[in-house]
Design a protein around this ligand. Sequence first.
Ligand code: SF4
Length: 423
Amino acid sequence: MPESRQSDLTPQSNNFPITDRIYSLIEMRRNRDPVDILQMFEAFPEPVRQSLLKGMQHLQFTDGCTGGCPWCSFDVKRKITSGFDFESFTQFATKYAKYLPERVALYWASDPFDISGNRQDGTSYDYDDVVSALIPHLRREQKIYTSTTVPKGTEAIVVKLLQHLQDVSKRDITLYNDTSLHTVRFSITDSNKETVYSIKRQLYTLGLDAKYIEGQFRVAKEVNEETIKKLGKFIRHPERQVISRDSMTVACYDGVLTTPDGLYSIYMDMATKNNPYGYGLKKLDPTDRVQEIPTYRDALNYLSESVAEKILNGSEDVVMPAVEIDRKDTHSGESLETVVLPSLRRDALTFFYALTALGLLPESVSPQAQNSLRYMKTELEKRYAIATSQFSSEIDEEAKFVIKPLWKALSEKLNAFLSSFDS
Ligand code: SF4
C-alpha cells in the first residue's frame, strides 16, 4: 500500500485489517466519477422542486454496491463507478435538505458505507462526513436512516459514524431518549457476523453508552445463509411462497428517488416474476411538459406492527392506499390532476400488509379497534372489486394469481374477527 495513503487509513488499519484487496476496494470507491447533484436537481424548474423534494426519501449517493448480501434482490453491479460529489451535495443539503421527508436515506440498491470520494482540495471523505454535512440542515424531526451490511474496509467508518451520532443525539436529551433518531440497522449473515460484532465490541471499548449502543445497533437479519438462499427473496426459487414475505417489495416508499443517473418516480408493489423487484420506476425528465410525481407514502406506516397498533388505537388509516400520481405542470408547478394508478401488484401488497397486521392482533379487542376493523373491511372490499375489474386487461398473470389467495385469507380472517364481535 502506498505510504501516502497510510495516514489517511490509520483508524481503519489500527483496528481492522487492510489487505491489498481491501485497499483496492477503498481506491475504487474513492476514484469513481463525480456527479453534480445540485445541477441535476436544479435542471427541474423552481416551481416543481418543492414537490420533488417532498417525496425524496432516498438519495442514492453512489451507484453499485460492494456489500454482497446473499438475499440481495437488486440487480446491482459490484463496482462503484459514479456518485455525487461532496461539494455539490453540501450545497444541495444547505438549500434543500429541510424540505425532504422525515425519513432520509443516502442509499438505494447500494450500501451507504460505499460512499467515499475525494473533495476538490484532494482530501478524502466518507459516509460519516456526508452525514455531518447533512445534519445541520435538517429539521428537528427529520431522521437519517442507515442500513448496512458493512462493506469490507469500512468498519472504522461505521465506528466513527456511531460515535458521531451519539454525540449529536446527546446534545438534546429528549432526542437521546428517542432511539429511533438517526437509526443504524445492520444486516447480518454468516459472512459478516464477526465483523459486525467486532464493531459492537469496539464501541464498548471506546466507552459509548450501553443504552445508546443497544438502542442504535439494530439487526435486520441474523440467519443462516442456507436459510436465506432457500427462503429469501428469490423470485424464481421453486419453494417460494407467493403470498408470504418471499414476494414482498424491497421498496419502502412511494415518492421520488434521486440517483447519480437522474431522478425517478417510484412506487411500491408486490414482486412477481414479471416485476422481480416489487416496485415501479419511471425516470423524470426536466424537459417534459408535465411531471408525474407519486404522493409520498412511507411503508413504515403500513407494515404489520404499525397497522396492528393503529387498529388497536381505532385509527382509520389502516389500509395502504393505491398509488396516487400528481400530474404537475413543469413550468408553473400547478397541479393538473391527481390520478390513481391501477396496479394489481399494489393491491396485492396492500392485502399482504393488512393480513400480516391481523395476525398480530389479540383475540379480543376494544370497541374502537372493532370500528377500525370494520372500516378496514369496507376499504378492502372496494379495493378487491376494483382489482377484479382489471383482471381482463392485466398481463401479469402472477399478479392475478397472487391476489386471489391473499384476498381469500384476508376476508376469512376479517370475517372471523368481525363475526366474533357481532355474535
Ligand atoms: S447492501 Fe443492498 S444493494 Fe448491497 S448487496 Fe446488500 S441488499 Fe444488495
